[in-house]
Structures are given as structure tokens and as C-alpha cells.
Design a protein around this ligand. Structure first.
Ligand code: FBP
Length: 549
């Protein structure tokens, strides 16, 4: 019997693409109305007000003739997301089919590599070795910010050195905000470099009226869904543990909500609901205790709880503490290294408001250290490294003991904690993500070929068969609003949080009581790459509910 490795076999998978993208499409101005956020215009005088674009099948052979080669640079920015390599493969294939002498250059280790002119040409051999694979290791990624004039001048110097016609930035909301700033800078100074963005992030928060999903979300949710399902089956088999599972997804709880819809746990905490009802950690713990007690009375001293990693930033008291800490850490960055580790918590507490200081010092020490860790280059708290699940379990144990003393609880509470994060970000993309990413890449190339800049590549109509997907170009400034960043108002791409009036959350709200009371667990199993299309090619429950399916 001969054996074949799945990762090798996957290199030969042919992504499914919209019919429009099978050959060079026409890029047309859309007649669809797009409401604009006027306040953003002052920040983008040169690129604000661009029209929506649609890619249409090209039936005229004349328009396909006489192209000259194009040089394009590409970089990956921010956290890994399954399918990034396929975006690059899509860019490459579209460029080569446009003109075989076109070249694609990959900047190594993200925007940082662009500024350092660390680059490699991406030839067919390189691309073919990475088709349909997970990870970003083809060229790497980082979180360097491109926002200052000097950054843009350096980037343009590098781009000119390589004779680039276009730069494609594959990233999340912050990276695409930076793409918009670079596009604006180019237009303002009359530089012909075209800048196109692609919507990446497992967090699922780069979506809006025009972008239906960010790539990587589908695969990541399916990986976590499999693991949660396995744990729930173990839990139901042994009937002796409560599992507390923290899930990645920096701010928004989209991943947690999707995993809840997939696996029907006993409890799923959704940060946006916590913030909307102004609930404290104490409230969350008290509600969890109610479920533990109720299940115990029914003979079920076991269960599953999903916790979004971003929860810390949505609990009002924590949010205030983090905001104050951000300020204190930024203002004292130059002298923090002089403070001994044993004194750092008291030192920081001394600079906080009275309320935040006492809350900060009441936290378990490890957690207080985690909250004080250095922020990422975009100023984000590193929520993946904050063990909120441990804190919740500690508080819950105390609450249950209190109830036991009052005779309100007689059960056994044995808790295990888990964190599913990095294990999902680089997994082999699902068929959906493999095809979606490849289509995004082709769309990005065609937008650049048609001479457009300041756009995000989009592929829409995603709940339908890929042949019916609709590629489009969305002006980056159209997705922006004003936000206070480091004390100043800035135009940034708006992050999408879970809408607690939206269909996915409403479905969850309608069913969660029955999930809490009994055993409704689903066990989704691993991602399937071969087999019936209804199993292999489907997308997330979130997308289906959002589209009323
Ligand atoms: P992006 O927003 O760049 O896509 O990254 C998202 C993410 O995976 C979050 O879910 C997580 O909190 C964070 O990155 C972890 O960052 P790091 O890789 O720097 O530890």
C-alpha cells in the first residue's frame, strides 16, 4: 500500500473561483449606493470618495490584448490566518496570466521587511510549494506600523528600487488603515504606486456592509470547534469535570459565538453582551455559579464554558483599569526597566486612580503582571497572554464554597482550563478559505492591473457556490470612522464587534438556556477536505445566519 501525506496532496487542490475571475475581468464602477462618513474626508483629501468597483466577466477579446508586465510587491501583516499563502498564489497566478513576464516580490517579515528592503522574488517554484498550506512562513509577518511620513518615504524608495507598480498589503483593520494612509500619501505626492489591501484576521472583526468575512475565520473556528467538541465528548463520557475554554479573538467575540453555534456548550460568554449590560466579573461568576448549581442538582457535575480572550477589555472595571494602565505604561515607558519586578505592581498602582489601584492590587498577582505587560506596536493589550479563565475559575470556586456553606450547593466542582489560540491560526485552510483566499488574491491583482489604488479586494455572496461569488473593490476610506487613538482623533477602519441584535447572537440567545440545562453538545469533528460538498465546502454558521439561511 502506498502512503501519501495530506499536506503534499493538498498542494494539488484547485481552489474554486467565481466565473468572473477565470480570465481577466472588466473592472467597472458600481451603481450601488454607499453611504459615506464625511468626517473621514479631512484625513484623506486625495482618496476620499472613490467609487465602489465591481469585477465583471470580460467577453471582449480586444481588451485582453497588449498588456505589459507588472511588478507587484506583497506583504503579510499581523497575526497569522489560514489561507494567507493562497492569497499570494492568487495574486501570482493572475499576474502571470495577465503577462508571463510580470513579477511578484514578497517582503520578508511583514511591513518591517518592507522598510528594511528585505525581499525575495516569488517564483512559480516557491508559490507551488505553499499552495493551500497554512501559516505565513512563505514570507513571514510582523506588526510594524506604517504610518509616519518617513515610513512612507522609505517604503516608496524600496518600491521604486524594485520598479513596483503596486503593493498589496494582506492584513487586519490596522494594517489596512495603514494601506489607506500609504495610498493617500502616494496620490497626494503624485506617486503612481497602487496600494491594495486584503481582509485578513481569524478574529472575524474586519467585516462590514461590503466585506462579508475576513479570511482565516472559517478555518480557525472549525479547528477550535473540533477541539471543543472532543472535549465535550470527553466531559460527557467521564462526567466529572467542568471545562473552561478560552478562545482567541482579540476584541470581538465572533470566534466564541461561532464556536458556540457549532458545539452548543453549556455556557458561552459573549463580551459584547457583558459590555452592553454593564456586567462585572462578579456578575459573570454569579451566573456561572447558578448554572453549576442547577446542573449539579440534576446530577450533572460537569459542563463546558467558552470564554472569549478579549473579555477583560469588556468588563467595565477592567476596561477602566486597562485604559489607565495603557496611559501609565506609555508615560513611564522610559523608566520602567529601573523598577524591580517585586515592586512593579505597587509602583504602577501608585499612578492609578484610587478605584483602579485597589482593583488592580486585589487581582491575583500573576494576572496583574499579565495586565502590565508591554503593549503590541498598535497599542493593544496582549489578551492572549492574560489568563482570564484562571481568574474566573478561582472566583467561581470561592462563590461555590460560599453557596455550599449556606446549604445551596452540594456538588463536586472539578475544573480544567484550556486556551485554544495559536493552534488554530496556521492550520491548513478549509476548502472555503482556500478558495476564498485564492479569489481575494486574484481580485487584488486585477484591481492593481486596472490601475486602482486605495481599495480593499473583496469577494461577496459567500454563502453561495464559489462560481457565483462576486469580486469587488471597496474604497478603504469607506470603511473608516473616527476613533481616539493615543489621545488624538484618527480615521481608522472600523472593527466589527458581535451585534447582539444580529441573527447569529439572537439564535444563540434563543437556545442557550436549553444548552445550559442539559446535554445538547455537538461534536463537529475535524475539517474535511474531500467528500460530499455539503460537508467539505460549507462556511460558518455565522455567515449562514447572517444571510437568513
Ligand atoms: P490580527 O488582528 O493581526 O489578525 O491578529 C489577531 C490575533 O490572532 C488575535 O486573535 C490575538 O489576540 C493576537 O493576534 C495574538 O497576537 P500575537 O501573535 O502577537 O501573540
Amino acid at each position: 500500500m502506498s502512503y501519501i501525506r495530506l499536506d503534499n496532496l493538498r498542494k494539488h487542490y484547485t481552489p474554486q473561483i467565481p466565473k468572473v475571475l477565470e480570465s481577466l475581468p472588466r473592472v467597472e464602477v458600481s451603481t450601488n449606493y454607499a453611504p459615506i462618513e464625511e468626517s473621514v474626508s479631512a484625513f484623506f483629501p486625495a482618496t476620499f470618495g472613490l467609487p465602489l468597483l465591481e469585477l465583471k466577466e470580460n467577453f471582449s477579446s480586444e481588451e485582453l490584448s497588449a498588456p505589459s508586465p507588472l511588478n507587484v510587491g506583497v506583504l503579510l501583516s499581523g497575526g497569522q490566518a489560514p489561507g494567507g499563502h493562497n492569497v499570494i498564489a492568487g495574486i501570482f497566478d493572475a499576474l502571470k496570466s495577465y503577462h508571463p513576464a510580470s513579477s511578484l516580490f514578497g517582503f520578508l517579515m511583514g511591513p518591517g521587511g518592507l522598510l528594511k528592503n528585505q525581499v525575495r522574488e516569488l517564483t512559480a517554484d516557491v508559490i507551488n510549494a505553499y499552495r493551500n498550506s497554512g501559516g505565513f512562513d512563505m514570507i513571514g509577518s510582523d506588526r510594524t506600523k506604517l504610518e509616519k511620513k518617513e515610513d512612507f518615504d522609505t517604503a516608496l524608495k524600496v518600491a521604486h528600487g524594485l520598479k513596483l507598480h503596486a503593493l498589496i498589503i494582506i492584513g487586519g483593520d490596522d494594517s489596512n488603515t495603514n494601506a489607506a494612509l500609504l495610498a493617500e500619501y502616494c496620490k497626494a505626492i503624485g506617486d503612481p504606486l497602487r496600494v491594495i489591501g486584503c481582509p485578513k484576521t481569524i478574529d472575524g472583526d474586519l467585516k462590514n456592509a461590503w466585506i462579508e468575512a475576513s479570511f482565516g475565520f472559517d478555518t480557525c473556528a472549525k479547528v477550535y470547534g473540533e477541539l471543543i467538541g472532543n472535549i465535550q465528548r470527553d466531559c460527557y463520557s467521564s462526567r466529572k469535570y467542568w471545562h473552561f475554554i478560552k478562545l482567541m479573538g482579540r476584541s470581538a467575540s465572533h470566534l466564541t459565538l461561532e464556536c458556540a453555534l457549532m458545539t452548543q456548550p453549556n455556557v458561552a460568554i459573549i463580551s459584547e453582551e457583558i459590555a452592553a449590560h454593564n456586567r462585572s466579573l462578579g456578575d459573570i461568576v454569579s451566573q456561572l455559579a447558578d448554572v453549576v448549581v442547577m446542573r449539579s442538582e440534576r446530577g450533572m457535575d460537569f459542563g463546558s464554558v467558552l470564554i472569549p480572550e478579549g473579555l477583560v477589555e469588556f468588563v467595565p472595571k477592567m476596561r477602566l483599569l486597562i485604559a489607565e494602565l495603557n496611559k501609565v505604561l506609555a508615560e513611564n515607558a522610559h523608566k520602567l526597566h529601573l523598577v524591580k519586578r517585586t515592586q512593579i505592581l505597587n509602583y504602577l498602582a501608585g499612578k492609578l486612580s484610587e478605584e483602579s489601584a485597589s482593583f488592580f492590587l486585589s487581582l491575583p498577582k500573576e494576572m496583574a503582571y499579565q495586565l502590565s505587560m508591554e503593549r503590541d506596536p498598535h497599542g493593544n493589550v496582549q489578551v492572549s497572554r492574560i489568563e482570564i479563565e484562571e481568574l474566573i475559575v478561582t472566583m467561581l470556586k470561592k462563590e461555590l464554597e460560599k453557596r455550599r456553606k449556606k446549604g445551596e450547593y452540594k456538588g463536586n466542582f472539578s475544573a480544567l482550563t484550556h486556551f485554544f489560540g495559536y493552534e488554530g491560526r496556521c492550520s491548513m485552510p478549509s476548502n472555503f478559505d482556500a478558495s476564498y483566499c485564492y479569489s481575494l488574491g486574484r481580485t487584488a491583482s486585477y484591481l492593481a492591473i486596472a490601475g486602482h489604488s486605495g481599495y480593499m479586494a473583496a469577494v461577496r455572496n459567500l454563502v453561495n457556490h464559489p462560481s457565483e461569488w462576486q469580486p469587488a473593490g471597496i474604497p478603504l476610506t469607506l470603511m473608516m470612522h473616527l476613533e481616539e487613538r493615543k489621545g488624538a482623533l484618527k480615521a481608522v477602519i472600523k472593527k466589527s464587534l458581535v451585534d447582539i441584535e444580529g441573527a447569529p447572537f439572537r439564535y444563540f440567545r434563543k437556545h442557550r438556556h436549553e444548552w445550559a440545562e442539559g446535554i445538547s453538545y455537538h461534536y463537529p469533528g475535524p475539517i474535511q477536505y474531500f467528500g460530499p460538498s455539503a460537508v467539505c465546502d460549507n462556511t460558518t454558521i455565522t455567515l449562514r445566519l447572517e444571510n437568513h439561511l
